[in-house]
Design a binder for this molecule. Structure first.
Ligand code: HEM
Length: 112
């Protein structure tokens, strides 16, 4: 089963625009990484002020390989820390395992 790694980041209001801009210009290397399955940047609208960087991987090993790779370092060069809050607890990585998933029926039929 796939593994979901979510990076939950608190970004101060005055840095949000810059934060989103950085993601618009992101490296785009993760898409070519072995074991990578999905990425989404989620902007908070209600109930929280944390941005979520949602990533899904074929295995824990695939995620770890990417995280310790030069691609990860390059993707975060000069961006990461300065854009998150100065508080050390501003970013947390959560790990989930995918138990079930579904998409709209129409899409599933198209894939067959
Ligand atoms: C303090 C921790 C982190 C911060 C503040 C942070 C912030 C950022 C920012 C601002 C970018 C846009 C590129 C740039 O300007 O650097 C980025 C890229 C990205 N981050 Fe992080 N990040 C952190 C750690 C992580 C972790 C642990 C994950 C794993 C879920 C992750 C997943 C990603 C992905 C998938 C991209 C896009 C890479 C690509 O396009 O190849 N980040 N991150």
């Amino acid at each position: 089963m796939s593994v979901v790694k979510i990076n939950a980041i608190t970004v101060p209001k005055d840095k949000q625009e810059r934060f989103e801009e950085r993601f618009r210009g992101r490296a785009g290397a993760v898409e070519s990484t072995p074991g990578f399955e999905w990425f989404e940047l989620l902007r908070p609208l209600e109930g929280t002020d944390q941005y979520l960087v949602y990533t899904r991987w074929s295995s824990q090993e695939a995620y770890e390989a990417w995280q310790s790779s030069q691609d990860f370092d390059r993707a975060h060069d000069g961006g990461g820390d300065t854009l998150a809050s100065a508080a050390p607890h501003s970013a947390h990585v959560w790990t989930y395992e995918v138990l079930e998933y579904a998409g709209p029926k129409a899409n599933q039929e198209k894939q067959v």
